[in-house]
Design a binder for this molecule. Structure first.
Ligand SMILES: Cc1ncc(C[n+]2csc(CCOP(=O)(O)OP(=O)(O)O)c2C)c(N)n1
Ligand SMILES: [Mg+2]
Length: 657
């Protein structure tokens, strides 16, 4: 391979920059100027420089907590990265990310993952997004030898290979995962061997030979851009420092470290450049001085920069709301239909309206609840994407695509399976905007059927809304009628934040009035499903029809119940709930999820704080029992608040037992 002279010099300078930057970081860390932990890649510079030399500015990388070198090689600013490590407002992530999460979106660094292996499922999403947008951008995913044992490695490589996505998986095999040598964490020596099981090329290179790294990546990039799919490249390399600065390093010998230092990639390339006459000793010294001066400037910039303002600690948890249009009345003409039809209409309208929207999930072509079945026929397999049974890859892919300009709508087949992909949901989707200091937006929707009533047993029936309400950075929608489902789903798809959209299975086939035509419903606006004056019931999802039925029964006894359906948990319309409680002076919450730590607990706490003086009775909560969900219909029904219990509790609140 004939590497142009300017690229050879660029790689030399880049390795030098990474080396000086990181060695200075070690000094500043030990001087107490950098909080937390630092993970250095000293010794591995050829991997970052050789790889990124094969990329264009508009290509993407997904990085790791050992990512200073990746960021510099992709074009990141040493000054902003040093300021980030110094925990300053001027840092890349405004002090929200630190060493573990160095990100410079502007140069195509989509993020550094502190979770081992997490990036391996995001990279296929960025690559898919490029394909769907019709560009030939490629995505490089850096990860370590240890990460190749994660389930996400399997899911990510399988999906990328299956869909022939333009990803280059670059494994920096530095022979250790923290303190564990490779021989103790996997039964193979060459991780690249694993490529064979995904029918993709697997290449082993000397990771301290920048020219070998560059050549392998260059070829892989060529294949990826030409539509021939991903490659797994393994570079054998070594980190000179421990896993982190201060690591006691009891797991390796000084001799081993010395032997690898003798294979330092920088003098190796220098010798080649001197021999080729591309550099002379004077030029070498000059370049070294220039790079040192640049690092000196970076430190001075960082040290002189202000710290972030503690008053802004929550900034960038969510993307800013677009200016809100005044709420529109829903179309007055309605048809009697099901939630399934309402959801399908919402998806079809948004797919037609916005080319950035696409659907992905398991069995979308012929699903159990069938919301997407006809959409597959109508919009085709590119935009309604059937996936392998790989929940991490489904959500990871959606996150990667959302970061890079698409608006994916992922379906997880049952709510219980959300627990199989908690990492991409909670650690990636919910946090990426915040921990990058607001550099990225993650506009994705996760639709998920849940709840009980179909004798589906403990692993297909849970109501986990409360669990996700607890995660800052996620919006949570939990509707109860076909009309709300349609209007809220359309809004969720247009939202710039990750939204979990809970759909109750038992409501799919319930009849309901659906407004005819185009409309949306804003998130964060509760709906008073029935006005009343004596007691407020705040009910959720399948408990809304039950509460309405109880209210009807109670009306016959001259008890007037107001039923409030919050419809969304994040944002939560406390104003409507408080206004109702201030009027009725009594509150009952009714939900299907477990009582302990449930939705009612949070609402009760907020009402007790904001409207204590108005309450004429203690707040009551009815919820699912604190046990797993049983199979037998009799037992299952005993799990949940019955209409009779709702009636009895309302009477108790009024002292009319
Ligand atoms: C899911 C997860 N498990 C464990 C850890 C703790 N941890 C951080 S780095 C690391 C070693 C990873 O090794 P490797 O993938 O080889 O990367 P390297 O650190 O060698 O660059 C571990 C176990 C983590 N951050 N995330
Ligand atoms: Mg390692």
């Amino acid at each position: 391979m004939n590497i142009p002279d300017d690229k050879l010099l660029w790689m030399y300078r880049k390795m030098l920059q990474i080396r000086h930057f990181e060695e200075r970081v070690a000094v500043e860390f030990e001087a107490g100027n950098i909080p937390g932990m630092v993970h250095l890649s000293t010794g591995q510079e050829a991997m970052a420089a050789g790889t990124c030399a094969a990329l264009r500015p508009d290509d993407y990388i997904v990085s790791t907590y050992r990512g200073h070198g990746h960021n510099l090689a992709k074009g990141g600013s040493p000054a902003r990265m040093m300021a980030e490590l110094f925990a300053r407002e001027t840092g890349d992530c405004h002090g929200r990310g630190g060493c573990l999460h160095i990100t410079d979106f502007g140069v195509g660094n989509l993020g550094s993952m502190g979770i081992v292996g997490a990036g391996i499922v995001l990279a296929p999403g960025a690559a898919l997004s490029a394909v769907l947008r019709g560009t030939d951008q490629v995505t490089v995913c850096f990860f370590g030898d240890g990460a190749s044992n994660q389930g996400m490695f399997h899911e990510g490589l399988n999906l990328a290979a299956l869909w022939k996505l333009p990803v280059i998986f670059v494994c920096e095999n530095n022979l250790y995962g923290e303190a564990t040598p490779q021989a103790e964490h996997q039964p193979i020596k060459d991780i690249a061997e694993r490529a064979a099981s995904y029918a993709m090329p697997g290449v082993v290179v000397d990771g301290n030979d920048v020219l070998a790294v560059h050549q392998a990546v260059w070829e892989a990039v060529g294949r990826a851009r030409a539509g021939h799919g991903p490659t797994l490249i393994e570079g054998k390399t070594y980190r000179w420092h421990g896993h982190y600065v201060g690591d006691p390093e009891t797991y390796r010998t000084r001799e081993e470290v010395a032997a690898w230092k003798a294979k330092d990639p920088i003098p190796r390339l220098r010798a080649y450049l001197l021999a080729r006459g591309l550099l002379d000793e004077a030029a070498v010294a000059r370049m070294d001085e220039e790079v040192q001066a640049e690092i000196e400037e970076a430190v001075a910039f960082a040290a002189a920069s202000p710290y972030p303002d503690p008053a802004e600690v929550c900034r960038d948890t969510f993307a800013p709301e677009p200016p809100s249009a005044p709420p529109q009345p829903l179309p007055s003409e309605t048809v009697l239909t099901t939630a399934q039809v309402a959801l399908r209409e919402a998806l079809a309208e948004e797919l037609s309206r916005d080319p950035r929207v696409f659907l992905l999930g398991e069995d979308l072509r012929q699903a159990i609840f069938g919301v997407c079945n006809e959409l597959y026929e109508e919009f085709g397999p590119e935009r309604v994407r059937n996936t392998p049974i790989s929940e991490n890859a489904i959500i990871g892919c959606a996150v990667g695509a959302a970061l890079t300009g698409m608006r994916p709508v992922a379906e997880i087949m049952f709510e219980d399976f959300l627990l199989c992909c908690m990492d991409p949901i909670v650690n990636s989707a919910a946090k990426l905007r915040y921990m990058t200091g607001g550099q990225v937006t993650v506009p994705l929707v996760i639709r998920v059927p849940g709840g009980a009533g179909l004798s589906a047993g403990a692993q297909h029936s849970q109501s986990l809304e409360a669990l996700f309400w607890h995660i800052p950075g996620l919006k949570v929608v939990a509707p109860s009628t076909p009309a709300d489902m349609k209007g809220l789903l359309k809004t969720a798809i247009r939202d710039d934040n990750p939204v979990i959209f809970f759909e109750h299975k038992a409501l799919y086939f319930e009849g309901g009035e659906l407004p005819v035509g185009e409309y949306t419903i804003p998130l964060g606006v509760a709906d008073v499903k029935r006005p009343g004056t004596d007691v407020t019931i705040v009910a959720f999802m399948a408990m809304v029809p039950r509460a309405l039925s109880a209210a009807e029964t109670l009306a016959a006894e001259d008890i007037s119940v107001e039923v409030v359906d919050p419809r969304t948990l994040v944002p939560l319309d406390m104003e409507t709930i408080l206004a109702s409680v201030r009027k009725t002076k009594r509150l009952l919450t009714v939900e299907e999820g477990a009582l302990t730590g449930g939705l009612g607990a949070e609402i009760a706490a907020r009402v007790a704080k904001e409207a204590f003086d108005y309450l004429d009775a203690p707040i009551e909560r009815l919820a699912g029992r604190d046990c797993p969900i049983p199979f037998s219909p009799l037992l299952e029904e005993a799990m949940y608040p019955s209409e009779e219990q709702i009636v009895a509790t309302v009477k108790q609140l009024l002292g009319r037992e």
